[in-house]
Design a binder for this molecule. Structure first.
Ligand code: NAI
Length: 466
């Protein structure tokens, strides 16, 4: 067995691990990354990037179908699925290749293999060429998450996780989506746009539980327009293959029904990948659900072992993992003041229209007995939104009634996944809604909707009727 000495070994090369590794190298550390798959983790290979590529293609397809509204005559568009998948794979390859180049340019070493912790300073890696032992002062665990199964639904050819749904060989005529959360709706709406009959089975009484209901309403309306059928208070219990068709037994509001589909997309959440990492040998504690608890420096219960990304508590978001990666790197390099602050982590959902939020919702603020003011403005009254033909949605602002600071911003509408960064910056900087109203926003732009929602907090919104 060969042995390598490094300053830090990072387990996993997703957006948490690779960002941490590069920052450590920028701080002058000798870093070894261990990754068993391609660089980039779930986000680049089987998550954010491929899904956004497909979703943008779905929008294109739909827009071409409705181009006549703007005076264009376009023949019924046809989709060559294998070309679309090849284009999507090309986007992924460009980005994952980019990480390899960054590693090379920063002298970050990458071992392809699966790692287990031997103790708090040693990792053993199984590679096709044999075992390698890496010794380091610090270890960063960034092994990510995987789709969670439910009893009776094993992933396979007919029961898809998001991974299979991102590389279909054919478009299912009927797709049953179990779980009306982020993946279920993003991919469910994409499949509806490219022609599948989509049925969503959601356990709670609403799609996207936890999201402001005013936002969900707008997306639910569009889903209905696309022909997506939604069953709430519904649980998928079992399924059987009947001559190539999946027959799924579903309990809807206590009553059993059987639904038929060609494919099932199981999207009921993800679980941390912390089994089989040898965490106990290094003294790293996990909770009963398998998540690793960390402090503000992303340090685990073992002093030189850090954990970042999906396998720690909090939202499973790439940018949260990257933010933690930078904090862990700074803590390892002993930079003063490195701390992860979970208050301002925006969330973005690529449904049609998109949803984006940061901070407290109205309901969460009220639960915490905070006196709030709420302002809102509709995209329907915004010149830019109308001129791009995407005027559905609104921005809602929650502020502290006492000192006017922004507590939360919630958006549904065109390009809101880009617009949310202004709100996140404002919250991070402790700005008030008045500060936003005093900031001159260019015209005509979608960002004006945020400014007008802030004006509405003060009943001074120029473009809304009194
Ligand atoms: P999710 O937590 O967003 O949604 C799961 C849904 O399944 C929930 O609505 C839940 O009530 C429902 N559910 C649970 N058990 C059920 C059952 N037996 N029958 C019917 N419904 C059931 O999880 P999802 O969509 O799988 O996504 C996993 C993670 O990936 C999330 O944490 C999400 O934030 C992240 N993600 C983020 C994206 C983004 O930032 N745009 C894109 C895709 C995923």
């Amino acid at each position: 067995m060969s042995e390598i000495q490094a300053d830090t070994v990072v387990l996993g090369a997703g957006p948490a691990g690779y960002v941490c590794a590069i920052r450590l190298a920028q701080y002058g550390k000798k870093v070894v990354v261990v990754e068993e798959d391609d660089l980039g983790g779930t986000c680049l290979n089987w998550g954010c990037i491929p899904s956004k590529a497909l979703i943008s293609a779905g929008h294109f397809f739909e827009q071409a179908e409705h181009a006549s509204t703007m005076g264009f005559t376009v023949e019924q568009p046809e989709l060559d699925l294998s070309k679309l998948i090849a284009w999507k794979d090309g986007v992924v390859k460009k980005l994952t290749g980019g990480i390899g180049m960054l590693f090379k340019s920063r002298s970050v070493d990458w071992i392809k293999g699966s790692a287990v912790l031997v103790d708090g300073g040693t990792v053993s890696v199984e590679t096709p060429e044999g075992s390698v032992r890496v010794k380091a002062r610090d270890i960063v665990i960034a092994a990510g998450s995987e789709p969670a199964p439910i009893p009776g639904f094993d992933f396979g050819d007919r029961v898809w996780s998001s991974t299979e749904a991102l590389s279909p060989e054919e478009i299912p005529q009927r797709l049953l989506v179990i779980g009306g959360g982020v993946i279920g709706l993003e991919l469910g709406m994409f499949y509806a746009q490219i022609g599948s009959e989509v049925v969503v089975v959601e356990a709670t009484d609403s799609l996207l539980p936890g999201t402001d209901p005013d936002l969900v309403k707008v997306v639910a309306r569009k889903a209905k327009k696309l022909g997506v059928k939604v069953h709430t208070n519904a649980f998928a219990r079992s399924w059987e293959d009947s001559a190539g068709v999946a027959r799924i037994t579903v309990e809807i509001s206590g009553e059993e029904s059987v639904l038929e589909a060609d494919r099932i997309l199981l999207s009921v959440g993800r679980r941390p990948r912390t089994k089989s990492l040898g965490l106990e040998s290094a003294g790293v504690k996990v909770d009963e659900r398998g998540f690793i608890s960390v402090n503000e420096q992303c340090q685990t219960s073992a002093s030189h072992v850090y954990a970042i990304g999906d396998l720690t508590h909090g939202p499973m978001l790439a940018h949260k993992g990257s933010a933690q990666g930078l904090v862990a790197a700074a803590a390892i390099a002993e930079k003063a003041g490195a701390a992860y602050d979970k208050r301002v982590i925006p969330s973005v959902i690529f449904t049609d229209p998109e949803i984006a939020s940061v901070g407290l919702t109205e309901a969460e603020a009220l639960e915490q007995n905070i006196e709030i003011k709420v302002g809102r403005f509709n995209f329907g009254a915004n010149g830019r939104a109308l001129s791009i033909g995407k005027a559905e949605g609104l921005i809602k602002v929650v502020s502290d009634a006492g000192d006017d600071t922004l507590l939360g911003v919630h958006m549904v509408g065109p390009n809101v996944t880009d617009l949310i960064a202004e709100a996140a910056l404002a919250m991070e900087s402790g700005l008030t809604t008045e500060d936003i109203t005093l900031t001159v926003h260019p015209h005509p732009t979608l960002n004006e909707v945020f400014m007008e929602a802030c004006e509405d907090v003060h009943n001074l919104c120029v473009h809304s009727p009194g």
